[in-house]
Design a protein around this ligand. Structure first.
Ligand SMILES: CC(C)(COP(=O)(O)OP(=O)(O)OC[C@H]1O[C@@H](n2cnc3c(N)ncnc32)[C@H](O)[C@@H]1OP(=O)(O)O)[C@@H](O)C(=O)NCCC(=O)NCCS
Length: 180
């Protein structure tokens, strides 16, 4: 398997559109019960792509954010749009993409956060290091309304102590405007 990892810290608008097209084309069905256009309106500032034999097989996008928690400000990377081409599933490509993305982000963020259907997809995200938050996190949707999300998972990057602190306390987790 000849894979190539592409990490784009400052993608152009065209690259974001093409990457989004790839993810949407390979999405099975909306996995969130709520209106996706209200939750996911933000534009990602980075994306990662895995090629296999020069073909795009797996992608994800990154939203760089800050979380103020118990008086401290942490940088984190919200992960969204994780998708593998329908013809290349269950070959470890999303796992490789996630692992390589976490490595690429290690120095630049305190931790990473994503939202998923945990009962269904924890077998994908747990082995690469994501742990269920075990409680809701909050965000502001496109209409300015505060909304809640239950499927949060968190992974350590440069600050394992931040993750320990968040998981071992009960303060509100507010991630800003839009979901991931
Ligand atoms: C979810 C998705 C990205 C997984 O991509 P993938 O490249 O097939 O993932 P991997 O091969 O790395 O999977 C590793 C393990 O994760 C788990 N896993 C992967 N996809 C899964 C799925 N759809 N349902 C349940 N478990 C899954 C399995 O345990 C899998 O191991 P296995 O292949 O030995 O069963 C892909 O199915 C997809 O694009 N789905 C549509 C978009 C989507 O739902 N994205 C997730 C948003 S949170």
């Amino acid at each position: 398997m000849a894979t190539e990892f592409i990490f784009k810290p400052n993608p152009t608008r065209e690259e974001i559109i093409l990457n989004d097209f790839f993810a949407n084309t390979n999405w099975d069905k909306p996995i969130h019960p709520d209106p996706a256009h209200l939750q996911f309106f933000d534009i990602p500032d980075k994306f990662a792509l895995l090629l296999n034999n020069n073909l795009p097989v797996s992608t994800l996008v990154i939203y760089s954010r800050f979380l103020v928690y118990q008086g401290k400000k942490y940088s984190f990377s919200g992960i969204g749009g994780v998708a593998t081409h329908k013809q290349f599933r269950h070959q470890g490509f999303a796992t490789e993409l996630l692992n390589r993305t976490l490595m690429a982000m290690k120095k630049n963020y305190d931790f990473s956060l994503l939202c998923t259907d945990i009962p269904h997809l924890s077998p994908l995200y747990t082995p690469v290091g994501y742990i269920p938050l075990g409680r809701p996190y909050y965000f502001i949707d496109k209409t300015g309304k505060k909304d809640v999300e239950l499927g949060g998972m968190i992974a350590s990057l440069s600050s394992p102590e931040a993750v320990t602190q968040i998981l071992s306390s009960q303060d509100e987790i507010f991630v800003g405007t839009s979901n991931f």
